[in-house]
Design a protein around this ligand. Sequence first.
Ligand SMILES: N[C@@H](CS(=O)O)C(=O)O
Ligand SMILES: [Fe+2]
Length: 214
Amino acid sequence: MSTITRSAKRKATEEETTRPSKRSHVQTKKITLKKLVDTIERVVEENSKIPLEKMDEIKQALMDYDGNMDELKRYSQFDASRNYTRNLIATDNEAYALMLLCWNKGKYSPIHDHPSDGCWVRHIQGTVNEVRYQNNGKELVESSNMMISEGVSFMTDALGLHKIGNPSQQVDAITLHLYAPPYDKCKLWFDPSDATKVSTAVSNFYTEYGELTN
Ligand SMILES: N[C@@H](CS(=O)O)C(=O)O
Ligand SMILES: [Fe+2]
């Protein structure tokens, strides 16, 4: 197991611009990755974290993000030997971490928790399957099963546990995750029929700011 190598604060390098939506009849303002990171950092600097009352603004910024693959290319790195890779885009090492997750075909994360106030998942490419569970102390009971091919979802421990994966055998999937605050350990359940069998995982990044970590 490797540990997270926390690096100095660094922002995405793209120019701050806005782009009009491709949908001609809906003139929603789309924002770049740079603008998304700036929005998160402004909220964090003004509040020292992402507080409850700012969560809607953060969700809106993630929805407004244009998801342009040219900007994301350097973070879009897959490792065939893992189910999915975590690629760090930006963090202040305290209040938030923004990362791109690249899902190999047919592969899932184990069922896990999120020791964080909030985890937002913005769909980028392909379709991901999110399965949620409730822990009743004896077993993990499936509470929802969703195919996600657009938009932003939100997860915390209060909402349960989950796993995410790429059910397709043809298409790679990509999601953008924002954790506030970041965490480097979480709990895993490999057997949903026995809630008492719990493992601990140390999170790691396959790349940080577009560079392989080792
Ligand atoms: N929470 C997981 C990804 S996911 O399955 O939501 C992680 O950070 O690795
Ligand atoms: Fe998760």
